[in-house]
Design a protein. Sequence first.
Length: 514
Amino acid sequence: MSFEQFTLNEKLSLGLQDLNYTDPTPIQEECIPLILNGRDVIGAAQTGTGKTGAFVIPLIQRIMENPSEHTQALILSPTRELAQQIEEQIFALGYHTGVSSATVTGGSDYGTQVKAIRAGVDIIVATPGRLIDQMKVLDLDFSHLNYLVLDEADRMLDMGFLPDVMKIVKKLPEERQTMLFSATMVEEVQKVVDQVMKNPAEVEFEVSKPAESVDQQIYFVHPKQKLKLFEKLFDADKYETAIVFCATKRGTDEVERMLKKRGVDAVSMHGDRDQKERNEALRLFKNRSHPVMVATDVLSRGIDIDDVSLIVNFDVPNNPEDYIHRIGRTGRYDKSGTAITFVSNKDKKYYHSIKEVVGDQLSVKELPEEKNESQGNDRQSREKRQKREKTSESKKREQTTTKDKRSPQKEKEPVTQSESGDEEKSKQQTHSGTKKDRSSDKKKVEKKSTRQDKKAALEEADESEDLYQEKIEVSNKDIYQPEVIERAVVRNRRKLRPAKGFWGVIKSLIPKIF
């Protein structure tokens, strides 16, 4: 079947020839006759099947058949990029027809949009949020509106636009033709259908199933290894153009910087970019001066970009529908493409839900080089750890041996025990010497310190006494004192301190008398 069988206006047919549109897609073949006959239509089909042309072509035809000075058609879309793309297709197809259009979206000049609305263009393409803002300021006259189109309805509801959509619908005439296009027919979309449409004709083509022409590859990878893996895959130079989808704006900027460091001309798009930057990025990518686009899901729906050879899901989308929309950027119009998805441990739950929908089309790939490198890194880390442990153990041994060698020289001469009288005398002399030393130390401390510092000074003296004698000699062999004996020695030494007061002096002399 060709477009000639629709008996379209000659000027509209010229626009189709300019775009090399000869044969309609299946959804266009089903929807265009229904819309031309005035029926409400629900079009459900996967991304990349030509849904935009399915309503733009018959809208231009009907407006040409019944021209008016007022706005006749309102098209609502979820994103600025999609609204701009729809307006571009209206301009291209209706170039010879004289049908006018304008966009009302965020990020664009407010005054220019007001002028377009007041001028009474034939078609307004708008995002719900910005149109609500305009309706608060301007007294918009939609009394002559004949056509309402809700494009990517499921996406609009996911983004929270349902209240705004219903406010807009209440301002429109009840007698109108309504068209709703969506990739999925979820319960929320069905509720909108029941409220805004009258006896709609349903056209559905393989909802929630990706195109068979897309080679879907899965790589299980650690999150920190994603950049390296992407570098290796992209080094193959098999792909002329690529779109990399990231979950966050920060991740988008990080991947873009990495690609630019490697000399790859890349651009990015996310919510923090203003409209001029987003338009410029899209222009550079479409004319292929920058073959790689890094973006969030703002680019996943409805954007018509031809011949994208590679899609990379740097982060796994949260639901199968978003996955299908992402990979729908490639393999369009019976062309082949490749979709690569990186799956980390935290993404496995999303991966399993996608696998339930997609089934056997997913193929798990392995990179033996990456695997071997990881094993080598693990082996190297283990060897380094073992070396560190060995060196620490050897240092400990050296420290203990040096202590054993140096301790006899540093220590005072140990007191020996024997049964001879000379040894007893020497023992008493050493004890008396130590007592004198201790008493002299205490006197120095008392003179040195004030009343407030006496306690601290005495504690310092006790610590010096504890370190005074660490060994005793038994049977001409040096052994370390057990901890219990050391505590007993310290306790006994404290009892030998000079007593204070009159009775203290008397008590200290009693052992010497007896």
